[in-house]
Design a protein around this ligand. Structure first.
Ligand SMILES: Nc1ncnc2c1ncn2[C@@H]1O[C@H](COP(=O)(O)OP(=O)(O)OP(=O)(O)O)[C@@H](O)[C@H]1O
Length: 594
């Protein structure tokens, strides 16, 4: 329950609606209970008037008594109707305030979680899968809303109604009051139990449904692989097994739900039988009137739903507390990468890696080991090395996706940690190894960093990334939708659109993480030539597997197993006749054979 205390700040925020909400609950209950004594009076009146009517048998006044009696009954009927209408009005206001507040809080909470997600670092996203992130913002928030809305509303409703009804009952007859509420705890307990069973089973079904949707989603994404390996039948069988399992559990839930209502009605009926039996004996003893029995039956019908709600609300609050606990876990996560009062300045592009080491926090893999190098402003640094040697890790550290675990990275002689994170990142253009484009138009993908779409700039960036002609050849040109909602670009085209996105930003520091791998050597040369112009006086870092890409760089680092094994320019490294030389010879041979 302590986890739900987090939500109290929202009750305070919406107190101006919440307090009237409580008053509406109280008012609706007063008008809900009042018809019972009215009906008792009417009921007793019927008995008395019938007796009187018989007494005047044969007299001409009998018709007058009949008329008065009829008008009285009509009046009582109208009174009960008026009370019910007023009650309905208050019920409407009750829902309009309390349920509406729950919707407002749901909105606020979703925004709060989503905004918090945005500030969390890469390591957080590595630790948690996307499904989990989505679930906490959707499923868990929905459960919490059930507590905030119906949970709170029915709890107040039950408490107010219970106090009022029990008071009214006790004033009529203590013995009958005790007997009629006897089955109530049993009813509440049973509903609580059945609800927990239903919730437990629903959760199991939800898990199966998630895994079924995950399975289907993956098979659609990987349909090319499935078809080329002729695994359609196997996939169909796996799907059938998963669906069968889902169906089996859904049937189990339907069985429990089918028993739920009949059981409830049985207990309610039992209460009525007790009232009529015990009430009947009290009438015979002369302690109460028959009207009181009718009054009690109305009280009972008033109590039935709140008592049912009690069981339901208890399990609902338990689930909400578990969900809020999960939400709080994320809300209390602090970003690992922070910049408090960071320095905001235009960077010149002088980079220093001073004995930098890095261990990935989640796996413990030591990706970099005492790396030291410097890059002058306006220079190009190239990094080459075997797969898994630590090249992308250098790019990640330069983008401050992670902080180094040893040594120091300095930008223009200022430690990177002292720079304002947003200001620094906004001056860098990063093209990651695994290209990611949004399901949007090509133009908007290229202009992703800009608030306003400036087409001449977008076109220039596309020309510099040597993708302009390809885009123009498409039917809708720059307005072509890509990704899931549109066409599929080739690997090389995607890489170039993503390069255009980085160039469009006019960065002071440009990082290419092996993003020319799917581009042919002639186009690659064109892009590199354009880069020379665009990045004049600015620093570029190019990670590649191909020597042809990097041979013009001022400094080339050869990385192996997280350490720099060779360092220099193309000529000096060739003269060394070490691993760079070997790689060059191998690639030359491959080109000649090709
Ligand atoms: N997010 C991560 N979490 C944990 N370990 C990682 C992560 N990314 C990379 N590694 C590990 O760090 C080491 C260096 O990886 P890195 O991606 O820097 O290599 P790379 O030289 O860029 O390789 P490639 O040329 O294949 O892209 C590898 O052993 C890799 O398994």
């Amino acid at each position: 329950m302590k986890h739900l205390a987090y939500l109290n700040k929202f009750f305070y925020k919406y107190r101006k609606r919440f307090i009237p909400g409580i008053l509406f609950v109280i008012a609706s209950n007063i008008f809900g209970v009042l018809p019972a004594p009215v009906i008792r009076i009417a009921f007793d009146l019927v008995a008395e008037n019938i007796a009187m009517y018989r007494l005047y048998d044969g007299f001409n006044k009998q018709q007058l008594i009949y008329d008065i009696f009829g008008s009285c009954l009509l009046l009582f009927g109208a009174l009960v109707l008026a009370l019910s209408l007023i009650r309905g009005m208050f019920l409407f206001f009750m829902r309009q305030t309390i349920i509406l507040i729950s919707r407002h809080i749901e909105y606020d909470l979703k925004n709060e979680i989503y905004n918090h997600y945005q500030v969390l670092s890469m390591a957080f996203y590595r630790r948690h899968n996307t499904g989990d992130l989505m679930n906490r913002v959707t499923e868990d928030v929905s459960r919490v809303r059930m507590y905030l809305g119906p949970g709170i509303m029915y709890t107040i409703n039950t408490i107010v109604l219970f106090i009022m009804v029990i008071y009214f009952m006790l004033t009529v007859n203590v013995r009958l009051a005790l007997y009629s509420v006897l089955p109530m705890p049993l009813l509440a307990g049973l509903i609580y139990y059945v609800n927990n069973v239903i919730n437990h089973r629903s959760e199991q079904i939800q898990q199966r449904l998630s895994s079924l949707s995950g399975f289907v989603q993956e098979t659609f994404s990987g349909i090319r692989v499935i078809k080329s390996y002729v695994r359609e039948v196997f996939i169909r069988q796996s799907f059938a097994t998963e669906s069968e399992d889902y169906k089996h559990h859904s049937m189990g839930l339907a069985r429990v739900q089918a028993m739920f209502f009949p059981l409830m009605l049985l207990l309610v009926g039992l209460s009525n039988v007790i009232v009529i039996y015990v009430g009947g004996t009290e009438v015979m003893k002369g302690n109460i009137t028959p009207g009181n029995i009718a009054e009690f039956i109305i009280y009972l019908s008033q109590l039935t739903f709140p008592v049912m709600a009690l069981g339901w609300v208890t399990s609902l609050i338990q689930r909400a507390a578990a969900s809020q606990k999960r939400i709080n876990e994320f809300l209390h996560e602090q970003p690992e990468i922070v910049s408090v009062n960071g320095i905001v300045k235009t960077i010149e592009g002088h980079i220093t890696f001073d004995n930098v080491s890095f261990v990935y926090p989640d796996t413990g893999i030591k990706a970099l080991n005492n790396i030291s190098f410097t890059v002058e402003p306006g220079h190009m640094l190239a990094i080459i090395g075997r797969t898994g040697s630590g090249k992308s890790t250098i790019a990640n550290l330069l983008m401050r996706m992670y902080d180094s675990t040893g040594g120091e990275i300095r930008i223009d002689n200022t430690p990177i940690k002292q720079l304002d994170l947003d200001s620094y990142r906004s001056q860098t253009g990063f093209v990651p190894q695994d290209v990611f484009l949004f399901s949007d138009t090509i133009a908007r993908n290229i202009a992703f960093s800009a608030d306003v779409l400036n087409m001449p700039e977008v076109e220039q960036a596309a020309k510099d990334a040597a993708v302009y002609k390809n885009i123009k050849e498409l039917e809708n040109g720059f307005d072509t939708l890509i990704g899931e909602r549109g066409i599929t670009l080739s690997g090389g085209q995607k890489q170039r659109v993503s390069i255009a996105r980085a160039i469009m930003r006019h960065p002071q520091l440009l990082i290419f993480d092996d993003c020319l791998s799917a581009v042919d050597t002639r186009t690659e040369e064109e892009i590199l030539n354009n880069l020379g112009r665009v990045m004049q006086g600015k620093t570029s870092i190019i990670i590649s597997h191909r020597i042809s890409t990097i041979k013009n760089a001022e400094t080339i680092l050869v990385i192996d197993n997280g350490s720099i094994v060779e360092q220099g320019n193309h000529q000096s490294l060739m003269a060394l006749k070490g691993s760079y030389f070997d790689l060059h010879e191998k690639q030359l041979l491959e080109e000649e054979t090709a």
